[in-house]
Design a protein around this ligand. Structure first.
Ligand SMILES: CC/C=C\C/C=C\C/C=C\C/C=C\C/C=C\C/C=C/C(=O)SCCNC(=O)CCNC(=O)[C@H](O)C(C)(C)COP(=O)(O)OP(=O)(O)OC[C@H]1O[C@@H](n2cnc3c(N)ncnc32)[C@H](O)[C@@H]1OP(=O)(O)O
Ligand SMILES: Cc1cc2nc3c(=O)[nH]c(=O)nc-3n(C[C@H](O)[C@H](O)[C@H](O)COP(=O)(O)OP(=O)(O)OC[C@H]3O[C@@H](n4cnc5c(N)ncnc54)[C@H](O)[C@@H]3O)c2cc1C
Length: 666
């Protein structure tokens, strides 16, 4: 905010009962992370090349070119200022425009790191790090996305030339969707069925050069282009999601990523001791980052809706006094505050997931693979529930802002359009929950065998207790006890998984049973993932959290998150007998009282996200709350208002009006 400018939300900020600066540190993860983030946000906000306000007005071609300009400028600044990897990734975050660089850094580089041998990493990574090559992740095809084993592209080994022949045998085998592929990438990690000596060996990744490094023209045998406009006007259309066909394209043998499986010069296929599933490792990495992204997108929407709800007034004027701020309506609070709590919940679960991922990666380097299934289940499940909740929440925030939320300059329509494909990319959310369900059913089926469940399924080891325990909640206050809450969530989750396992056992063919019970399995998986989020929020509170009143606020938010989920899924809790209807009603009583505790802190709690006005790009979410004059000014900047009489008047409006006059005279 400019020095000396009026702060229309000052009153809201004065009622805060905690130290906002300390909360900023907790949200960012550390003082260092906050400092880096803050510096990079300001760097981006102060650079005119990164302006965003004109984005929705640009044509696709202009938008795309502008995105290229921003990406090139960001890279120039990163090099000039010698930014660290952490700083560079914050710059990309604050530039806030889907671009080929997301896939280059987020998937192409990790794919080579995770699936390439040491030699391959040494050859390709330095080129990628300097952006002397630009890569994408070309897995999905026109005919298959979820079913990775169903991909049709082939990679046939030719022992005569020591090459692989990459080929698209059918229309449906065309690569379709990869970001950065359509117009920018020079290289791809392309996934194809490996065929050696007529035998198939599953799907593997191959580094394929697509375009000339001299003139950017596609290489012989490569047909490549953009797949067309996507949902929304600006939104994800800054990305060149592409189509790609291979016509017997030859690549050297050493361009197959060979950490998991090697093909020798003689055409021998050697399986290393690394599990086959590591081929899916890049997806595990990205799913983990997507959970962190969910907390960012959600907190951004909530920040806009909260500030605006404090500015907006409707009804309730007494004796000519001001009307009621809409944030004071209990309905507004019951729709908004759970989303605020969810933003914090997703933030902390993403922190935990990152540490789980780092731990599993270190173990994989040491040849320990036992934790891979859990890492897969956690990343898949949390990616699924956090993105679904966030997409719904952004739309809810738009509605919370009434009519003005529908204006592009509220920032919410664009945020929704950019965000909503997160429910589909990196694995359709239902397909991913079914993976979690498989993991849970497997865990349940092994309970009798003496195998002790660990990690996020450790609670299943107490199945005997959880299957019959009764919640001892007697008052609304009891619901503030994390142990009580966790036990109710554990009982619900375990009982849902056990019920699924019992029902599955009734089918002679387990796969048929899995297909028939898929809807129940998805619900059991979601229940397990919600338990993880709740538990990790409570565990966060066991840590030392400095700053006046910060822990107290987080305790309130953790209870709001848990009781909101309980209220929303009350049917599960009741049908599994985890709680009684009376206890469900007490949870709701507690929730109402918690909303009143959040109310004086609401604006400060969203200030703690430390978002610049540039990043928020929302008139409604401005830090200073100066909404109405800005909305008014912005309206006049619309190109339609360039002339008082619109273009088209002479051709289309005037004749109409004249005709009416003639008709009236008749
Ligand atoms: C410096 C950095 C700076 C900035 C960048 C940072 C961040 C930005 C990052 C990224 C950018 C973010 C967003 C960009 C936006 C979009 C990009 C989008 C990209 C994509 O969408 S890529 C394509 C993604 N595709 C999918 O996700 C496909 C989904 N399908 C699957 O994953 C699998 O096929 C499926 C459905 C899980 C399994 O199918 P199936 O049943 O056929 O199983 P399999 O026979 O294949 O395997 C069974 C066996 O394997 C286990 N398993 C499955 N998946 C995994 C895994 N990933 N890891 C470990 N194990 C796995 C499964 O549980 C079975 O085990 P079991 O036999 O039961 O023991
Ligand atoms: C914006 C965007 C960016 C993308 N970027 C990339 C990229 O960079 N690289 C890349 O390779 N791919 C990319 N993709 C592709 C993406 O990964 C796939 O679209 C995604 O994995 C879903 O697969 P699908 O399209 O085949 O959906 P489908 O599997 O066809 O899903 C259609 C419907 O069928 C249901 N369904 C499917 N299988 C099952 C099942 N077994 N049981 C129950 N229901 C089922 C789904 O729930 C869904 O409702 C991108 C997609 C989008 C939208």
């Amino acid at each position: 905010m400019e020095v000396g400018a009026p702060d229309y939300l000052a009153g809201e900020r004065q009622t805060a009962e905690f130290d906002v600066e300390s909360m900023k540190v907790t949200w960012a993860g550390s003082r260092h992370a906050l400092e880096v983030s803050d510096r990079m946000a300001r760097l981006v906000a102060s650079d005119p090349v990164f302006r965003k306000d004109n984005r929705v007005m640009l044509s696709r071609k202009e938008l795309f070119k502008n995105t290229l300009r921003k990406a090139a400028h960001a890279w120039k600044r990163i090099v000039e200022l010698r930014l660290t990897e952490e700083e560079a990734s914050r710059v990309r975050f604050f530039v806030d425009e889907p671009a080929f660089t997301d896939l280059h850094w987020g998937m192409f580089v990790p794919a080579i790191k995770g699936q390439g041998t040491e030699e391959q990493q040494q050859k390709w990574l330095p080129l990628a790090y300097k952006m002397q090559i630009i890569g994408c992740y070309a897995q999905t095809e026109l005919g298959h996305g979820s079913n990775v084993q169903g991909l049709e592209t082939t990679a046939t080994f030719d022992p005569k030339t020591d090459e692989f022949i990459i080929h698209s045998p059918t229309l449906t085998s065309s690569k379709w969707w990869p970001g950065g592929l359509g117009k920018v990438s020079t290289h791809a990690v392309a996934y194809a069925r490996l065929i050696v000596d007529g035998q198939e060996h599953g799907v593997h990744g191959f580094i394929v050069q697509l375009r000339s490094l001299d003139d950017h023209m596609p290489l012989p045998g490569i047909t490549v282009g953009d797949i067309g406009m996507k949902f929304g006007s600006g939104a994800y259309n800054s990305m060149d999601n592409g189509v790609l066909r291979f016509d017997n394209v030859r690549i050297p043998r050493d361009q197959m990523l060979m950490r998991v499986l090697q093909v020798t010069r003689e055409g021998k296929v050697i399986q290393s001791d690394v599990p086959r599933q590591l081929i899916y490792g890049t997806m595990v990495f990205v799913r983990q980052t997507i959970v962190a992204d969910a907390s960012c997108a959600l907190s951004r929407a909530v920040c806009i809706a909260t500030r605006y709800s404090a500015v907006r007034r409707q009804f309730g004027s007494q004796n000519g006094g001001p009307e009621t701020q809409v944030i004071d309506y209990k309905t507004q609070q019951s729709r908004l505050f759970p989303l605020l709590a969810s933003a914090y919940a997703f933030r902390f679960v993403s922190e935990w997931l990152k540490s789980l991922y780092t731990d599993v990666t270190e173990k994989l380097q040491r040849g320990e693979f036992s934790t891979l299934p859990e890492a897969h289940a956690c990343t898949a499940g949390l990616k699924s529930i956090t993105t679904s909740a966030t997409a719904d929440a952004i739309e809810e925030c738009r509605k919370l802002c009434g009519g003005h939320g529908y204006l592009a300059n509220s920032g919410l329509p664009e945020l929704f359009a950019v965000y909503v494909p997160a429910c589909t990319y990196e694995g359709d959310n239902t397909v991913l929950l079914l993976q979690v369900a498989r993991f849970l059913v497997k865990t349940v089926s092994q309970l009798g065998s003496g195998k002790v469940p660990v990690g996020t399924t450790a609670y299943m080891g107490r199945a005997r207790h959880l299957i019959q325990c009764k919640s001892n909640v007697q008052s609304a206050e009891d619901w503030l006890n994390p142990q009580v809450v966790v036990e109710a969530f554990e009982a619900r989750s375990l009982r849902m998984s056990v019920a699924c396992a019992e029902n599955l056992a009734k089918f002679p063919n387990p796969e048929e049973g899995f297909a028939q019970l898929a809807a129940d399995l998805v619900e059991a998986a979601a229940a397990h993932c919600q338990l993880i989020v709740v538990t990790k929020f409570f565990e966060k509170l066991q840590q030392d959290i400095p700053g006046k009143g910060v822990k107290k606020q987080l305790q309130i938010l953790s209870s709001v998150y848990a009781l909101y989920i309980l209220h929303k899924h009350l049917g599960d809790f009741l049908s599994t007998g985890s709680i009684t209807p009376k206890q469900g009603a007490l949870a709701n009583d507690q929730l109402r009282s918690l909303y009143s505790k959040i109310r004086p802190n609401a604006v400060a709690l969203v200030d703690a996200f430390n978002y610049t006005d540039h990043y928020l790009s929302s008139v409604l979410g401005r830090y200073d709350g100066n909404v109405y004059p800005t909305l008014y000014e912005e309206a006049w900047k619309d190109p339609l208002n360039d002339s008082v009489v619109p273009d088209g008047y002479q051709e289309y409006i005037r004749p109409l009006l004249k005709q009416q006059i003639r008709n009236a005279r008749l």
